[in-house]
Design a protein around this ligand. Structure first.
Ligand SMILES: Cc1cc2nc3c(=O)[nH]c(=O)nc-3n(C[C@H](O)[C@H](O)[C@H](O)COP(=O)(O)O)c2cc1C
Length: 197
């Protein structure tokens, strides 16, 4: 039987889950989370399911001083893909590094092959950690967005942020104050993705 307090927690959780929506970094402005708020987000991430306690992921917070390094990495990554990229394209790539007041890189750690914990489980654990973080940021009153792109797997980017062999940058998490709201997307119906046997 569900108690009154369980029902309250359930309704609160459902509300948090349903209210979360992707807001891209271009539409996130200051303020972002404080250092203390960020630490709370990472404590929530740490509660992700984690087979054999490998913690197969880590996060890199892109502070203000690192944005120039990021801008250079985006430009270098573009040149790696297209040596003939125009100055406008390079400037555009650089601009992306400065978007959003808080930018966090989510990195999967696929080192240490472990037959008991295949890579899919490690990536799934990172996904759970990211979702914990997103929902808690939402509960703190912020909006969030996930972004990725070809640059993340480039040599330039990996070198700039010291990614180790076997580590994979999966996405950026942006956290901030939404400059605009978007209509909520309809969600898939369980009938479309659940098989009842
Ligand atoms: C790992 C990951 C990376 C993503 N990268 C991008 C991206 O680069 N650009 C983008 O517009 N959406 C990206 N998305 C999708 C958005 O985060 C978002 O989930 C999608 O637009 C649906 O919006 P919603 O979350 O509000 O339902 C990514 C999602 C995931 C899980």
């Amino acid at each position: 039987m569900t108690s009154v307090s369980d029902e309250f927690v359930l309704q609160w959780m459902e509300a948090a889950i349903w209210r979360r929506q992707h807001i891209g970094p271009k539409h996130l402005q200051a303020p972002g989370p404080s250092h203390e708020q960020l630490l709370r987000l990472f404590h929530s991430a740490a509660a992700a399911p984690d087979h054999d306690q490998l913690r197969p992921w880590r996060f890199i917070v892109m502070g203000t001083d690192s944005r120039e390094t990021l801008a250079q990495a985006f430009a270098d990554a573009l040149l790696e893909r297209d040596a003939k990229a125009s100055p406008e394209q390079l400037a555009d790539a650089r601009t992306k590094a400065y978007r959003g007041p808080c930018l966090i890189l989510a990195v999967a750690d696929l080192r240490n092959p472990n037959p008991a914990v295949p890579d899919a489980e490690k990536i799934l654990s990172l996904g759970c950690a990211v979702q914990n973080l997103l929902l808690c940021a939402q509960a703190q009153g912020f909006a969030t967005g996930l972004t990725s792109g070809k640059a993340l797997s480039s040599r330039a980017f990996r070198n700039a942020f010291g990614l180790l062999q076997g580590e994979q940058a999966v996405c950026f998490i942006s956290v901030g104050t939404p400059a605009k709201q978007r209509p909520h997307k309809p969600r898939p119906d369980p009938a479309d993705f659940v098989t009842w046997l």
